[in-house]
Design a protein around this ligand. Structure first.
Ligand SMILES: NC(=O)c1ccc[n+]([C@@H]2O[C@H](COP(=O)([O-])OP(=O)(O)OC[C@H]3O[C@@H](n4cnc5c(N)ncnc54)[C@H](O)[C@@H]3O)[C@@H](O)[C@H]2O)c1
Length: 256
């Protein structure tokens, strides 16, 4: 029970890594607000999680939704201990192939969404003199990945923002850390494979596995347990860090 009695908001918890994290956090004693703009996924996850968890339909790109989210959770649980800014969208393409609309969509959800959600929750954490924020970055935050111009820019912003937030909020007992996953097999990656490699999904999945020293793709739980660590008091000395969970993708390459 590493999160006994803690309250947590997890955005994008209706699927993938957010879903796994909602289940892990709840199993460790947390009261979780399952936040997602997808009503079907969010409702399903909140039901499966059970206990005090509840679904809150909200778009992280909407300032009004984020204000309502912070207000609702504060009213319901009385405090907000953990904010996991996990919601995100993907975008494939080199810079010259990326439309302005796509750029804005990805930057708005992935980067501005972290700003909007945190801006609404931080005042309560400051008042509490404690809090824990986990921002979802990506391998694309720290490495150049082909065909990921807008996505990389958005996740690079999340990585930089994490450290800036930590510098501002350490004095209030708030820790802010980032997660840096490699390729994790979720609907996010499944959709990408289906859209771009419809003729040979299995081969494409094998190629992705070969990029990671582990030779496997990560699972949502692999990242959920890393989030649990950052959210727990075991990580009380971990400030402004980027925890890499990537099966060795960024560590090195094997040349056979
Ligand atoms: N899967 C990977 O390989 C991988 C690798 C690195 C980083 N990430 C990041 O992890 C996070 C979760 O990814 P996942 O693989 O679990 O994806 P996923 O698609 O399975 O889940 C993402 C969830 O976020 C929700 N969402 C999207 N936009 C939203 C918005 N504007 N407001 C509220 N909810 C929104 C979706 O409805 C969905 O339920 C993302 O930020 C992603 O960029 C994923």
């Amino acid at each position: 029970m590493r999160l006994q009695g803690k309250t947590a908001i997890i955005t994008g918890a209706g699927s993938g890594i957010g879903e796994a994290s909602a289940k892990i956090f709840t199993a460790e004693g947390a009261h979780v607000a399952v936040v997602d703009r997808d009503v079907e996924g969010g409702t399903r996850v909140a039901q499966e999680v059970g206990g005090p968890a509840f679904f809150l339909c909200a778009d992280v790109a909407s300032p009004g939704d984020m204000e309502a989210m912070a207000r609702t959770v504060a009213e319901r649980f009385g405090r907000i201990d953990i904010l996991f800014n996990n919601a995100g969208v993907s975008c494939v393409g080199a810079l010259h192939e990326t439309s302005e609309q796509e750029w804005d969509r990805v930057m708005t959800v992935n980067a501005k969404g972290v700003f909007l959600a945190s801006r609404c929750v931080v005042p309560m954490m400051i008042a509490q003199r404690s809090g824990n924020i986990i921002n979802m970055a990506s391998g694309a935050s720290i490495m150049g990945l082909a065909q990921r111009a807008a996505y990389s820019a958005s996740k690079g912003a999340v990585y930089a923002l994490t450290r800036a937030m930590q510098a501002d909020y350490c004095r209030y007992g708030i820790r802010v850390n980032a997660l840096v996953p490699g390729t994790i097999y979720t609907p996010f990656v499944e959709g990408y494979l289906r859209r771009h490699y419809a003729d040979n999904i299995e081969k494409a999945a094998e190629d992705l596995k070969k990029r990671q020293l582990s030779g496997t793709l990560g699972t949502p739980e692999d990242v959920g347990y890393a989030a649990l660590y950052l959210a727990s008091d075991e990580a009380k000395f971990v400030y402004g860090s980027a925890l890499v969970v990537d099966g060795g993708f960024s560590a090195g390459k094997i040349f056979d």
